[in-house]
Each structure stands twice: as C-alpha cells, then as structure tokens.
Design a binder for this molecule. Structure first.
Ligand SMILES: CSC[C@H]1O[C@@H](n2cnc3c(O)ncnc32)[C@H](O)[C@@H]1O
Ligand SMILES: [Zn+2]
Length: 430
C-alpha cells in the first residue's frame, strides 16, 4: 500500500528545518520520501495536500483511556475527593467490556483531534489492547498498580502478563510499561519489587508524581521526604526509563535530582488547571535538560482529549507563571507534543518527526478556515490557533484512520449507543 500526499505545507519537526511546500510518499508503515515534487506511481492513494499542513501526529504521554466513560460525571472536586468518592466506586463497577468501549471512545476522540499515539495506565488492559489493535492507533500500555491492600500479587501478575502478551504486537504499535500508580499508593516494599523487575527485564516505568500539595504533605508525614525524594530513595531513577506524570510540586532540589533521568515528565496542564493542582515547573525542568512531553490525563479529569488545547494551556501557564510571554514559545511546545512525548514512550527513533525511515504517523490539518488565515508563521498558527476539529486526515503506521473527518476503523453510531448505556449504568447512584 502506498500513499502520496501532494503539495502540502510540511512541518517535519526536524531540528532547524522551516516549513516548506512539498510531497510525502508513504510505503507500508513508513515514510520513504519527502521532497518538493514526487511522481505519482500506479497504485498510489493520492491525498490532496493543498491548503493543508502535514505534521507529525501528536503523542499524548499520559492517559487513562476508559475514563472517557466518566467524562462530565463528576467535576469541580478536589483530586482526592474526586478519586475516592467518585472515580474508584465507578471503576469498581466497570466490566472488561465497559473498559473496551471506553477505550474505543477515547481513541475515537484522539484520532479525530490528531493524536496518533498515547501512553495509557488503567485496569483490564487486555481489553484496551484489543481496542488499540482494532482501531489502528499506537499505544504504550500500563497496568496501573495501587498497592494499598494485599492482593496476593494479582496486580503485579496482570502487569507481567500484559508485558508478555502485548509488547511489540500489532507491527510494534503496542508497547508496554510497568505502572506503580503513585508514591501515595505504593509503599516502599512493593515499589522496590516493581523497580527491580523493571531493571531486570528493561521495562520502562509509568507513575504519577507530586500532583497535589496534599500528596506532598502525605508523603512528608509518612516518610519525611518529598514525593520525588521518595522515588529517588526507592531507586527508581538508577537504571530505568521512567515516565513521570504531572510533577507539579517539585522543589528546586527535586528538579536537580531528576536531572539526567532516563525518560522524563508528562505535563498535563488542562487536568492540573481543572483540578486546581498548581503549575508544574516546566521551564525549570527544561533548563536542567529533563525531557518534557504533553498529555491530557483521563477525560474524567481533563474533560477534553484535544492535545491542541494542552499545547495552548502549557504555553499560557508558563508565560503566566513567569509573567513573561517569551517563556515556552510555540516551536518548543510543539516539540514537547511530538518528539518530547515520543521520547517518553521510547518511540522517538521512529515517531514524532517526519523523515524518511520514520513511521508514517502524521496528520493533515485543513488550513482553509478563517481562524487559520493568514499564515505568517506556521508554528505559531499550530500552537495558538489550530484545534482538534481542524484535523482533516489522521494516519498511523501507514494506515489512514480518518479521512476527510470520517473515521475508517470505528463505527461511531454503534460506539455512541454502547457508551451511553454503559456510562449510565456505571455511575447510577454514585
Ligand atoms: C489503577 S489504574 C489508574 C488509576 O489512576 C486514577 N487516576 C485518574 N486520574 C488520576 C489523577 O489525575 N491522579 C491520580 N490518579 C488518577 C484512575 O482513576 C485509576 O484508578
Ligand atoms: Zn493520571
């Protein structure tokens, strides 16, 4: 199967390369050529790129995909109340089939808004993997582990099974991590056990860190440390790649401690804003050379999975925090949402950039709209003006998942019927 995109404005996200007009040839799952003009070959599926911008698909570095079923069910609460009183009781009622449909709802929204890969942490991960397999998106899947009660090793066994069963599946679209949920739900013994297993088998870790001031207080009263120090003391950063979600409440010395870490931080500005968590010190992390990517968190908290909203919110927060509009400029935030997040998912050697040899994970944005004209600066336009509804075409692994805004791997009517019935049953009486 070959695809030829003709005469698009191309933003490759390669270092020091300005946007230019040209063609992109895709063969199988890879980009094979990018040039000013590429001849059509027999059998090519030709996509008209005129008035469109081709860029790498966005990578959502922190998600809880089935929480799309809980979007709008419980808003305007503090994180711990929201989790304990609303989310956990609802999750206890979710069947594996609910998880499957919730993940599909989430994936539909992501494909529609230009996300081509995501990092997920949840329960019943086999069903999420099935949804990823069917829909064609790329994902790094993690069985989230809360160790506050003895479970006879069930969660850890499920995490190991996920890795063994799904790593590298779907032509490499599916990868896996281990997911101890957070410092406040993982006492040191099981945490050390997971870290040792991750080191032994070279499996990356995905964990929430320092999301709220309450978490900082809790960890301080339990261990007389910051949440970051707690993970450092447990040996988390010694030999493993770690994806840290949130990292809002880091002291200056916490940031220095993370310098040189493998992996990095998934910044979730919309969720942090909505839950009133605080502003993550993104500019300080970047100064220390820490990789920062962007994520949404689950739709239960963020409400939207549109990464273009995260891009805007990330810029606005750093500018506001420093009282300085030069902070987190457009090219840097786009780097975070593509190459930065791809690094957090350990796929940066083939995802996050448009280049020959890279995976064909890309989007076409329709620029023929009043809010996207005139075009002075493509990167500014993408960061500050584009939104998810402007995405015209989404391609992952060389497969077109959305064309002219029609989803090709999902039946939306069936999807909306299923999720409405299931969502109502799950939340009833909570
Ligand atoms: C055990 S699977 C993952 C677990 O995480 C919960 N969750 C969703 N959003 C957040 C958040 O912002 N901080 C901490 N935990 C969160 C989700 O409800 C699942 O139970
Ligand atoms: Zn989360």
């Amino acid at each position: 199967m070959s695809i030829l995109i003709q005469q698009a404005t191309i933003l490759t996200m390669q270092d020091n390369e300005s946007p230019f007009m040209g063609d992109i040839r895709i063969e199988g799952d890879r980009i094979v050529q990018i040039a000013g003009h590429i001849a059509v070959q027999p059998g090519d599926d030709v996509l008209d790129g005129r008035s469109k911008l081709a860029m790498p698909g966005l990578v959502n570095a922190h998600q809880h995909s089935p929480m799309s079923l809980l979007r709008g069910f419980s808003d305007d609460l503090k994180l711990m109340d929201w989790l304990d009183r609303k989310m956990l009781p609802a999750e206890a009622r979710m069947t594996p089939e609910d998880i499957y449909w919730g993940a599909k709802l989430c994936i539909a929204e992501m494909i529609r808004s230009g996300t081509t890969a995501f990092a997920d942490m949840y329960i019943h991960m086999n069903e999420i993997a099935e949804a990823v397999l069917e829909t064609g998106i790329r994902a790094s899947l993690t069985r989230g582990m809360v160790f506050m009660e003895e479970d006879g090793g069930r969660r850890l066994k499920e995490a190991v099974d996920l890795v063994q069963r799904w790593s590298g599946k779907a032509n490499g679209r599916i990868t896996t991590m281990f997911g101890p949920h957070s410092p406040y739900t993982c006492p040191v013994e099981p945490l050390r056990e997971v870290i040792a297993m991750a080191v032994r088998d070279d499996i990356p870790l995905h964990i929430h860190l320092a999301e709220t001031i309450e978490e900082v207080q809790k960890i301080h009263s339990r261990y007389n440390m910051t949440p970051t120090e707690y993970l450092v003391e447990a040996g988390m950063f010694e030999q493993t790649h770690v994806l840290l979600a949130h990292a809002v409440h880091l002291s200056a010395s916490d940031v220095r401690r993370l310098k040189g870490m493998r992996g990095g931080v998934a910044h979730n500005p919309v969720s942090n804003l909505k839950l009133g968590c605080g502003i993550a010190p993104i500019e300080a992390m970047r100064t220390e050379g820490i990789t920062v990517g962007l994520g949404t968190d689950g739709a239960g908290s963020a409400t939207t999975l549109d990464m273009f909203e995260e891009i805007k919110a990330a810029c606005w927060l750093q500018k506001l925090d420093y009282g300085d509009p030069t902070r987190l400029p457009a090219p840097d935030v786009l780097h975070m949402a593509t190459r930065g997040s791809a690094k957090l998912l350990s796929v940066h050697d083939e995802v996050g950039m448009l280049a020959p040899g890279y995976k064909a994970d890309l989007i076409l944005i329709d620029l023929a709209k009043p809010h996207l004209q005139p075009i002075h600066n493509v990167e500014s336009l993408v960061a500050y003006s584009v939104n998810g509804a402007d995405v015209h075409t989404t391609i992952v692994d060389g497969q077109i998942l959305m064309r002219d805004r029609k989803l090709l791997t999902l039946d939306e009517d069936e999807l909306y019927r299923e999720v409405n019935v299931r969502a109502k049953r799950i939340v009833e009486g909570i």
